[in-house]
Design a protein around this ligand. Structure first.
Ligand SMILES: Cc1cc2nc3c(=O)[nH]c(=O)nc-3n(C[C@H](O)[C@H](O)[C@H](O)COP(=O)(O)OP(=O)(O)OC[C@H]3O[C@@H](n4cnc5c(N)ncnc54)[C@H](O)[C@@H]3O)c2cc1C
Ligand code: FES
Length: 272
């Protein structure tokens, strides 16, 4: 029987920690492989971190055989604990959860532009891989990655060729913000004659700016939003955001939303 959500143990089979970032490979049982192989980029898993009642959400960063990658920034006690796991440790997870990015078929969508701010690269890396596996032409998936400085652009594997990098201090790639590279990509000739679609993940203020630009250029745009997740099943309403269609739950109605439906004033009210 195929379960819709796996809830159980995984085994840590790889850990890579670089400064304040970690990439972890979690091996799940063979019989849930179809579940994870069918997962969409933008979906996430909840991870039980020792000593914490609330499980921590992480985007699916890649699925390989019977293993799922997560890529995360060490922010507080939960992620600190997780980054200290070693090969062979057991970690309990739930997932895949939520609604991922909606990818239009090749005939309909033409030039996908992926805009990642910092750790927003985690889900967009997987989206890019999925677009490639669905036979998108390599040149026609633009990946723009922005970070404060080069140490934020971590895993070697994830410094994907063909990506445009921007750092605020100019230490790697373009000196400036990812928003500037987005504007360049929109004005450029790449993908001329094709309609464009933007997928974005990253800090709230960056997403708001991406959404504004997408509306100005009349380009469809999907954004991955973050809220504190409690139940993760839609029951507690602890993760709601305001949209033009009323309140929606990030954990199950999202985390991916159409940019135009989000109430950006409310979403960014406490963002810095
Ligand atoms: C759907 C979804 C997918 C996510 N995917 C990733 C991912 O792939 N990689 C990654 O690094 N992080 C991701 N996050 C954020 C990640 O879940 C939090 O950073 C993590 O839960 C922090 O746990 P902690 O115990 O280390 O920190 P805590 O002690 O809980 O918090 C430390 C700091 O992080 C902030 N924080 C905690 N949770 C969130 C959150 N959900 N959103 C924004 N700020 C938060 C707190 O306000 C506080 O300032 C995702 C969040 C969501 C909702
Ligand atoms: S976390 Fe409970 S409804 Fe979203």
């Amino acid at each position: 029987m195929i379960r819709l959500i796996y809830h159980g143990k995984t085994i840590v089979s790889y850990v890579e920690t670089m400064g304040q970032y970690s990439r972890l490979l979690l091996e799940f049982p063979q019989d849930v492989q179809p579940l994870f192989l069918a997962a969409k980029a933008g979906q996430y898993i909840l991870v039980k971190c020792e000593g914490h009642l609330l499980w921590r959400p992480f985007s699916i960063n890649f699925v390989e055989g019977k293993r799922v990658y997560i890529f995360f920034q060490i922010k507080g006690a939960g992620t600190d604990w997780l980054s200290k796991r070693v090969i062979g440790d057991e970690v309990e997870i739930r997932g895949p959860l939520g609604q991922g990015f909606k990818v239009l078929l090749k005939e309909q969508a033409q030039l996908p532009i992926l805009v990642a701010g910092g750790i927003g690269l985690a889900p967009l890396y997987y989206l890019r891989e999925q677009l490639f596996s669905w036979r998108y032409n390599f040149e026609r998936v633009a990946l723009l990655i922005g970070a404060q400085k080069d140490c934020c652009l971590v895993s070697k594997e994830m410094l994907v060729s063909g990506a445009t990098l921007a750092t605020n201090d100019g230490s790697v790639g373009f000196c400036g913000t990812v928003i500037e590279t987005l504007l360049e990509a929109l004005k450029g000739e790449e993908g001329e004659g094709f309609s464009k679609i933007i997928y974005a993940a990253g800090p709230a203020l960056m997403l708001r700016e991406v959404a504004r630009i997408a509306a100005e250029w009349k380009i469809p745009c999907q954004v991955l939003l973050e809220e504190r997740i409690a139940c993760g099943s839609g029951a507690c309403y602890g993760c709601v955001i305001k949209t033009i269609n009323g309140y929606k739950r990030v954990c199950c109605d999202g985390p991916v939303f159409n940019a135009e439906e989000v109430d950006w004033n409310e979403y960014t009210e406490f963002a810095c």
